[in-house]
Design a protein around this ligand. Structure first.
Ligand SMILES: [Zn+2]
Length: 521
């Protein structure tokens, strides 16, 4: 699960209980064996671009081979190699307004950006409301504004009243929207002045993949920096403005206007090349009429690696047992069920263990834009990421299910196992945009993504994981696990994928779903 937001969790829910299916123990043992290998200290947290990741990839490829799948990486290879570039700022970037400097770590937080070298430029700034470009929802913050060659200043977040998954999509779409209007920079200002301000040193290096011409891929071409302003910078941006910041913060839909003072930007960055691979395999379907309609089962194989720091004798390996060795174990076990003699699905299945999810869903993005299915196409995605399998789950949350005809498959599969479907209990986490399926949603392909629900011990277990072990050395094999729950989670995802693969019609967006008409890419 990609760490995009850090928000306190809050909610209450009342949920029903459900019958618990019994699964044979061998399935639990197999599930445990995958997790214990992938979360072993030997793999050092499986960070993309490390040997630990490559060993994990070899393990998945060997399992695919043992199940009789076909390699899909080209030339008989199990690997789709992804060329990456890492980029890191080398000095504290800054913004200067009217002779006053606002420095990264104190006044402003710059995100990493793949433009290498010394970047220095001056540009005027334009306030653009929330910076949203979704006319289908009546959100058109750029209307009447000329931001070409300028720096966009916009509120973070979205106006109240939107569905959580739509809001999460729009929030993550701001950079693209600004770039599409010709902006060269984006500064986000907190809508709520009381929200947490960012402090401290530059973050971890950024990463993206290289296009065939060797240039770093970005979904916001031309955008030379993105930064979040603390209050000191926010005040300076709006000094002498046509409308005061405090007034705009009170408005439901603030309209944009040109800001009075130009900005100077300074940042230095250095790029280094690296490589990592998606592991890809195909199980051919049985129906020749559906041979070009692939169902993609996907889980990220990478983790966040070794924790930076110097403390002697301290465990610094972030093993990624729940995030996402459990997802990979599910992927392999679904592949096992489907590849058994006499049990193959009608549609072909593409299995993908993808890299660099933790760097921003990059392996999935590369796979979405560089397909490995020849003349075929991916018609639907089942993603597996960070199922919390510490308890005997009674319900699941199916992200994306209500947006497409895949919802019916989820419903049917859950019902058949006596598992309840419950609504997203954590809308403020924006989970729908924080895992790999989202990169396919942005390409117009329907997707579902299940997490175990909050019934019974679920809420306590999920909060305990997210609040203590997520992306930490504690996410290892020594934490509590319910391996039977792992086997049941695999069975449930098998039934979902199976229903989609065997259906007469390929998945499609429901009419009226925001994602049926959302801006792509
Ligand atoms: Zn994660």
């Amino acid at each position: 699960m990609f760490h995009r937001v850090a928000t306190a969790l809050l909610l209450a829910s009342s949920l029903t209980t459900a019958a618990i299916a019994q699964e044979p123990d061998r399935a639990s043992e197999r599930f445990r064996s995958h997790v214990s290998f992938l979360a072993d200290d030997l793999l050092e947290g499986r960070e993309a671009g490390t040997r630990g990741y490559d060993l994990a990839a070899r393990y998945v490829a060997a399992n695919f081979e043992g199940l009789g799948l076909r390699p899909a990486g080209g030339n008989g290879s199990w690997y789709q190699e992804v060329p990456f570039v890492r980029f890191a700022t080398t000095a504290a970037p800054r913004i200067t307004i009217g002779g006053q400097a606002f420095v990264h770590g104190t006044d402003v937080t710059f995100r990493q950006n793949p433009e290498a070298g010394e970047v220095r430029f001056d540009a005027p700034a334009v306030f653009a409301g929330y910076g949203l470009d979704a006319p289908s929802l009546g959100l058109d913050d750029y209307r009447g504004l000329d931001v070409s060659g300028k720096i966009v200043v916009a509120f973070d977040g979205t106006p109240p009243g939107l569905r959580s998954d739509v809001a999460a999509h729009l929030d993550s779409d701001k950079r693209r929207a600004a770039a599409a209007r010709g902006a060269i920079g984006l500064i986000l200002v907190r809508r709520n002045a009381a929200d947490r301000q960012m402090r401290g040193r530059p973050g971890e290096p950024g990463m993206t993949w290289l296009q065939p011409d060797g240039t770093p891929f970005t979904d916001a071409p031309g955008l030379r920096f993105v930064a979040t302003a603390n209050e000191s910078l926010a005040a300076a941006l709006f000094e002498g403005a046509r409308r005061p910041l405090a007034t705009l913060r009170r408005q439901a839909r603030p309209r944009g206007f040109a800001l009075p003072r130009p900005l100077s930007i300074e940042r230095d960055s250095v790029n280094t090349a690296t490589r990592s691979s998606n592991v890809v395999a195909i199980l051919p379907g049985t129906d020749p009429a559906l041979a070009n309609e692939y169902v993609l089962l996907m889980a990220h194989l990478d983790g966040v690696g070794i924790q930076p720091g110097t403390a002697e004798g301290e465990d610094r390996i972030r093993n990624g047992a729940m995030d996402n060795a459990t997802g990979i174990a599910t992927l392999i076990e679904v592949a096992r069920r489907m590849s058994q003699d006499g049990n193959r699905p009608r549609r072909p299945i593409l299995f993908a263990a993808v890299t660099a999810e933790e760097k921003g869903l990059l392996g999935a993005q590369y796979l979405a834009r560089n397909p490995v299915v020849g003349d075929g196409r991916v018609v639907g995605v089942v993603n597996l990421d960070m199922p919390v399998l510490t308890y005997d789950f009674q319900d699941v949350i199916a992200f994306g299910a209500e947006h497409s005809t895949m919802g019916a498959a989820v419903d049917q599969a859950a019902r058949s196992m006596g598992v309840a479907l419950t609504p997203d209990p954590l809308p403020e986490q924006g989970l729908f945009t924080r895992s790999d399926h989202y990169m396919f949603v942005r390409e117009g392909i329907p997707a579902v993504f299940l997490m175990t629900g909050f019934a019974g011990e679920g809420e306590r277990e999920f909060r305990g994981f997210l609040g203590g072990r997520y992306h930490s050395p504690g996410d290892d094999i020594s934490q509590r696990f319910d391996w039977k729950a792992g086997a049941r989670f695999a069975e449930l995802n098998y039934r979902i994928a199976r229903a989609i693969a065997d259906s007469n019609e390929a998945p499609r967006w429901n009419p009226g779903s925001f994602f049926a008409t959302a801006p792509r890419r």
